[in-house]
Design a protein around this ligand. Sequence first.
Ligand SMILES: C[S@@+](CC[C@H](N)C(=O)[O-])C[C@H]1O[C@@H](n2cnc3c(N)ncnc32)[C@H](O)[C@@H]1O
Length: 198
Amino acid sequence: MACALAAEGYHVTLLDPSEAMREHAMVNLKPYAGHCRVWDGTVEEASQIFGREVFDVMLLHAVVCYVDDLDQALGGAAAALKHRGVLSILFKNRDALPFRHAAEGRLDEALRVLDDPIDVGKLGIAYRARTRREVEEAALRHGLRLRKAYGVRAFTDLLHNEPEEQDMRKLISLELRAGEREPYRSVSRLLHLVCERA
Ligand SMILES: C[S@@+](CC[C@H](N)C(=O)[O-])C[C@H]1O[C@@H](n2cnc3c(N)ncnc32)[C@H](O)[C@@H]1O
């Protein structure tokens, strides 16, 4: 996302505590070095590093699954956002955890994650899935009001084969349309909440 936004001409600040990830980002962002910066730190520290109320938009994508304290993470983001700034939060959906295991034949794991929000992804790293309610309520505690909620990867996460190009367009259309409506949104692999700072 950082590269896509940088390619559109946005000023991008990438904040990550992992040296390996920062190095990877620096290589990919090199063509946009004039309007991008890569910084060492966590979202919890964002306002100490950059100041309060400085960002128009913050993306917290696939990050809250790796933090222990959701309030500290969302509070950190909220402090660094301008008034009426937008926080985009993408995270693993607690209510969809069993589907991938069941589709791939790991029935013991599918049963386990019905009751346990901790799982291990394809990279072999443990993460905590969250419910929409949990994230939405935590966001609200920090003055972040929900503007829009989407489901992401309702179908693609369960496909065994990549479709042909012409079907790919239909599949993307299916994902985009289903992701905005129930019951698909609630059982999508990922949830995307777009919040605005009061
Ligand atoms: C799955 S990657 C997602 C990277 C990127 N956001 C994306 O969507 O491609 C998770 C990243 O979150 C970073 N991370 C973990 N804890 C963090 C924290 N407290 N604040 C900011 N980033 C964190 C990790 O170092 C890792 O680079």
